[in-house]
Each structure stands twice: as C-alpha cells, then as structure tokens.
Design a protein around this ligand. Structure first.
Ligand code: ZN
Length: 238
C-alpha cells in the first residue's frame, strides 16, 4: 500500500479519537456552563427582589413618617377649630382639615399597597434563596466531580495532537488538506476501503477498471461518488 495512504489511515484513527475526546470535553463543559447560567439567573433574581424590598422598606418608612405628621397636623387644626369663632376662618380651617385627610387617605392606600406587594416578594425571596443554595452546591459538586475528568481529557487530547502532527508531517500538503476537508464534510470518514468492488464509504459499486487500478496502489484514488480517499482491502477472509 502507498505509504501516504497508510499514514492517512492512522491519521484518521487519531482524528476520530480526537473528535470523540473533544466532544466529551464540550459535553462536560456544557453541563457546567448550564448550571453556572442557572445559578447566575437565580442570583440576578435574588438581587433584583432584594433591591426592590429595600426600596419598598424605605418608601414604607417614609410614608409612615408622613402619615404620622399628617395626623398631628389634623389634630392641631381640629384644636384650632374649637377655638375659632370667626365663620370665614372656620370654613377655611374645615377645608384645610378635609384636604389633609384626603392626603392621608392616599398615603394610607399607598402604604397598604406596598405592604401587600411585600408579602409575595418575601415568599419569592425565600424560594429563590433556597434554590440558589441548591444550585450552588450542585455546581460545586459537579465542578469537583469533573475536574479530574477534564484534566484527563485535556492530557489525552494534547497527546493525540502530538501524534497527529507527527503522522501528518509525512503527508503531502495538498493531500492532507483534501483529507481534512473530506473528514469534516463526510462525518469523520475520509479514507474508505474499496472492498468487493464497492466503496465502503458510500456503498457505491466502483467501475471494474477503476477498481483494478486501486489494487495496483500506484497513486491515490478518490471515490467518484463520495470523493473519499480509497484504499484496497482484500475481501477474502484470511
Ligand atoms: Zn464513495
């Protein structure tokens, strides 16, 4: 067999291994990344609710203070009402009291709404806090569990890359490029056996004359149908 074809077959075995190793690595990395994103989302939700809660607490305190001030003002005006004898002044004071009461009612409604919103928020904060704790420990466990796996995979990958470089060195650049292109386009099978008159890559029957040529091993042949690099494989059971 042609030396280059032998090298290409070995290269293909390495490339398939490499491909598998890289897939495993990216699957593992994807799992961790997914968990990390979920954790971040929960953290963002927690931060948002906490901030809302703080803002709402400030608003509530402010409203309570203003309400108390309003009540005091109303009490003052009412005391004055008892002392005033002038009709015009009475009318004006009465009007002021009404306005103050209306303002207080609005603030009370506002306060009530804020208190009502605080309840489901507190519930959600509690839930998110629990979930966040779960996700964090899950993430930690997964990270710990896969750390050695990832390390092993990375070592294997870099070893295979060294082997690959050595193997590729003996192959003509144009042929290597063609091999790589077919490998990527044809699902990781660029070098296929021609066996029993058929391309084993695409199962197409090869023209007899062409099939004879392949058996001579004088040059590199490509399948006329799938463009894969062909090598002859004896189909007799030995
Ligand atoms: Zn083919």
């Amino acid at each position: 067999m042609l030396e280059e074809i032998t090298r290409l077959i070995s290269l293909q075995a390495i490339d398939r291994d490499l491909h598998e190793l890289e897939e495993s690595l990216s699957t593992i990395a994807g799992r961790v990344e997914g968990l990390r994103q979920e954790t971040e989302q929960l953290q963002a939700e927690f931060d948002r609710f906490t901030q809302e809660e703080q803002q709402s607490a400030t608003n509530r305190r402010q409203l309570e203070k203003e309400l108390a001030e309003g009540e005091a003002r109303i009490r003052n005006k009412r005391m004055r009402l008892n002392q005033v004898r002038n009709d015009k002044e009475l009318l004006a004071l009465g009007h002021e009291v009404e306005t103050l009461k209306e303002t207080n009612q609005r603030m009370e409604a506002d306060l009530l709404a804020q208190m009502e919103a605080a309840e489901p928020r507190a519930q959600r904060i509690k839930e998110v806090t629990e979930l966040l704790g779960q996700k964090r420990s899950e993430l930690q466990a997964v990270e710990k569990e896969i750390a050695s796996q990832v390390e092993d995979l990375k070592v294997s990958i870099s070893k295979q890359r060294v082997d690959r470089d050595l193997m590729a060195r003996g192959i003509e650049v144009a042929l290597l490029q063609r091999y790589e292109m077919i490998f990527n386009r044809r699902g990781g099978l660029a070098v296929a056996a021609a066996k029993g008159g058929t391309c084993q890559g695409c199962r197409m029957r090869l023209p007899p004359q062409f099939y004879n040529e392949i058996q001579k091993h004088e040059q590199v042949h490509y399948c006329p149908n799938c463009q894969r690099i062909l090598y002859y494989e004896n189909n007799r059971v030995s």
